[in-house]
Structures are given as structure tokens and as C-alpha cells.
Design a protein around this ligand. Sequence first.
Ligand code: FES
Length: 121
Amino acid sequence: MYNRTIMDHFQNPRNAGDMENPDGEGTVGNPSCGDVMTLYIRVEDDIITDVRFKTFGCGAAIASSSYTTELVKGKTIDEALAYTRQDVSDGLGGLPPIKMHCSNLALDALREAIKNYRLKE
Ligand code: FES
């Protein structure tokens, strides 16, 4: 069901774990399955310099989150906001259609974290 890239991110997730005193933090749930994701960002001069995630989610959600953290690290806030779930799926070599909704979790958590960061600013 999952290709090698997805399995690699699932089994060796990048940037998984906590972050102390993040600049922004977002938690979202996936209404279609009940899975939950929290994402933390560190921001300097409008650049996302570090990002971490924690999830109670399926393999596709873990792989999507891992890939998303790699995608947005080093990007500006606006560049990070421009990514779509199709970008995440493409970068992973294609999520199965039935798992596309799982890729929303990380991006939605990222948007919440950015919203939280902007509120603190
Ligand atoms: S089935 Fe819940 S995020 Fe994938």
C-alpha cells in the first residue's frame, strides 16, 4: 500500500518529538478518523528555523508529518503556508487516494502553529 519513501518516513520520522518554548504551536484532529497531531515551530526573522511534531495517527499521517517538517524547515512563513497536501503527497511519491486526507493533518497543524505564532507577535 505504501511506497518505499513513505515507509522510510514512517519508520524513521524526521523531526519527531517535543520542542521547549516553541514560538508557535498547533494541535488539530482529523474529523474523519479521530487522529491528532501537534506541531511546533521556531521562527527567526520570518524563517521557520526548526519544527517538531507529535502525532497519534496512522502511518500516512506520520510519513506526511515527517516530510512536511523537512519541507518547511528553512522556509519563510508565506512559503510554508503555500504548500498543499498535493505537494506533500507528490514529495512522498504519491499517497494512496484513500490516505490523502491524512496529509491534511500536518499542514493543518502547521497553519495553526503559524496562527499561534502570529498571535504571540
Ligand atoms: S487514518 Fe487518521 S490520519 Fe490517517
